[in-house]
Design a protein around this ligand. Structure first.
Ligand code: DAH
Length: 349
């Protein structure tokens, strides 16, 4: 068979194969076979020796024509295959723009943080700074510095989780007091701080007890701070959180880091003091502990207790939220049921 016939045959065969190739990979195989470096056309060029010299130009021309034809057809075919592929993908991933949209689930602030954030703002407005102590606290700051030496009986009220002999999960935010007292520079003005955060106790969980809860510590130290400053401040907090017409009363109490120590009650917001199950028919609800800073706490931090004095308070944020929102199980705060959390959406600011 002469080369012209071979070329004719190749042309027919090649065009058929290009047509048959049903995907990009097969088409590429055909490309290699026809116009590749070791493909059919190259083979024909290599056999040019057998062609009579006067025909060589013509064969060369024919080979080039055929290469152009193949290349064009290959490109065309590829375009078609890609178009089909895209059309298929579009069909598969089609979006029905007339369908109603999916609602984004938006979270809401946790009720304890609704109260915490609100109280922080309130205290910042009165010139307090907000500090955050470590949850893994040392015995030194949690107890020793707060006038609770190792053999102190009041330690029994706050059994905790010890990590080793010295480090523990703090039982109270009161250690924040010692930390800021040590650092405060009184030449720059009085010390006023609140310290909110998580605390831990070795307790069996039930509706009113949790091994983890939230407190907010408060401390004011300056020259000439009196008990009426404490009383006025506590009254402001009570009214801010529980309502302007609440009444407050202080009862004597005991805390190792304050002397004298008090507990504050607010008049029951449910029955207005008449007596109901929430206030256990006393008309009053206990909301926090407080007192005048014990001189030992100041001296432990290197502060002259004859010149400086102050007041401190500690409140349970869980307890505030329980009272304010009428929550009957403290565990609801920590079990993360969205149906519980959703109820507080409207409380956000
Ligand atoms: N730390 C106390 C507790 O956890 C609460 C407390 C009471 C804090 C009186 C104070 C305070 O700063 O003055 O029971």
């Amino acid at each position: 068979m002469d080369l012209f016939d071979k070329l004719k045959e190749l042309r027919q065969k090649g065009l058929e194969e290009i047509k048959k190739a049903s995907d990009e990979k097969k088409l590429n195989d055909v490309r290699v076979e026809l116009v590749g470096k070791k493909g059919e056309l190259t083979k024909i060029l290599h056999s040019m020796r057998e062609v009579a010299p006067e025909d060589r130009r013509k064969v060369g021309q024919k080979v080039n024509e055929l290469r152009d034809l193949f290349n064009n057809q290959l490109d065309e075919s590829k375009k078609k295959l890609v178009a089909v592929l895209i059309a298929k993908k579009m069909e598969e991933e089609r979006v029905d723009v007339t369908l109603p949209g999916r609602k984004q689930a938006v979270g809401s602030k946790h009720p304890i943080y609704v109260i915490l954030d609100d109280l922080e703002k309130y205290f910042i407005g009165m010139g307090y700074k907000v500090v955050q102590g470590p949850e893994i606290e040392t015995d030194h700051y949690c107890f020793e510095m707060m006038n609770l030496p190792k053999d102190h009986p009041a330690r029994d009220m706050q059994a905790t989780f010890y990590i080793d002999g010295e480090d523990l999960l703090r039982t109270q935010t009161s250690g924040d007091q010692a930390r800021v007292l040590e650092k405060h520079d009184f030449s720059k003005g009085p010390l006023k701080m609140v310290g909110p955060g998580k605390v831990y106790r070795r307790d069996d969980d039930d509706a009113t007890h949790s091994h983890q809860f939230m407190q907010m510590e408060g401390l004011v130290v300056d020259k000439n701070v009196t008990m009426s400053d404490l009383k006025g401040t506590l009254e402001l907090i009570a009214k801010h959180v529980f309502g302007q017409d609440r009444e407050t009363r202080l009862r004597p109490s005991y805390f190792p880091f304050t002397e004298p120590s008090v507990e504050m009650d607010v008049s029951c917001f449910n029955c207005d003091g008449k007596g109901c199950p929430i206030c256990k028919y006393t008309g009053w609800i206990e909301v926090l502990g407080a007192g005048m800073v014990h001189p030992n706490v100041l001296e432990n931090a290197g502060i002259d207790s004859k010149t400086y004095g102050g007041f401190a308070f500690g409140l349970g944020l869980d307890r505030f939220a329980i009272l304010k929102y009428g929550i009957d199980d403290i565990r609801d705060f920590y079990t993360n049921d969205v149906r519980f959390l959703r109820q507080f959406r409207k409380e956000e600011d």
